[in-house]
Write a protein that binds this ligand. Sequence first.
Ligand SMILES: [Zn+2]
Ligand SMILES: [Zn+2]
Length: 124
Amino acid sequence: MSEQPYLKIMKVEWVYNPKYGDDRICKCSHPYYRHFDTYEEMSNVGCKYCGCRNFEEMTPYDKKVINNRVIESYNNAIENGHDMDNKDIWDIVWDMKECDADLEIYDQRFLYKMVEDYRASKTK
Ligand SMILES: [Zn+2]
Ligand SMILES: [Zn+2]
């Protein structure tokens, strides 16, 4: 058989799924829709905040691991003489992100909520 003038290649594209749920949270802590370019017809460009290119939904277990890490950091700071219970939550979040490599990558609002919930649980 003789050679053909063109080779046919099929491309697989991974595209945005509008039915998936824009607010579902990835393991990187950022919402689903942020993994696409909202100005470029939702092209698959990766997470706007951290560059994550593989959306995988955060499980309750993942969340628990991060939450435990936040609580550990919080209590370590208390042991080191910081008055955490009266400190501004945003300050705590920025300190945690700066000092703790395990928490560095996570979204500040996501961490804020965890610190807020933990503090509320302590005062009950
Ligand atoms: Zn992600
Ligand atoms: Zn991300």
